[in-house]
Design a protein around this ligand. Sequence first.
Ligand SMILES: [Zn+2]
Length: 226
Amino acid sequence: MVFQPGYWLIRARLSRLVLAPLFALLLYGGCYSYMRAGSHLTHSSVHVRGYFRRDGSYVRPYTRRPSGGVPHDAPNENTMLYTGLLSFASFLGLAIVVGRFLRAKDSDLLPSLRITSQLPPPPKFHFAPTARGTSPRATWCRECAAQIRAGDTVAFRTSKRGYPYTARAICLPCAARICRKRAGRIRAYEGWEALRDEEAQRVRALRTAHFKKHFGTTAEPPTFLA
Ligand SMILES: [Zn+2]
């Protein structure tokens, strides 16, 4: 991919690389203060041998700081906690900014583009009768309530396994009407698909323009076009 000379400058601006020196400074200061506070901690420690308490319980051997060590160390330990957190956070910030500058895809560096869809929901399909057969008994059409005698040809839907839903039998004129309706729905769906393609083209054009606005080129990274 060929880019114009200012490409890395643009990337630097979009990835907020200007923050990198600030993070680096905070990282340096944090580490420095951390180590300085650490050097002020009490050095020597006292070893305490294991012993039995008066109630008979045993206290295992341990080391403790010399007397006065705990109050002396407390402020330094506080400083170490906060400067440690500061160092960690600024390291993270530095890594994110520099990592984005070096590695992120061009399209991921762009400010997010809010695109509202103008696409209506797709039309729903009508359940149409899928099979014909003779009614085993007298019943009525579930659509128009017309009489159906035993032996009349009726339309019905079949289950996924192929068993007929004879209880939902409908007369042939109703079946034809529903099938016409369904054909209309299918045409409507095709119209909706055309709308959807138009919408996709519109979004593509918007994104390309957005990319060009920031990078000064229409060279599109292949990934950002859905
Ligand atoms: Zn009917």
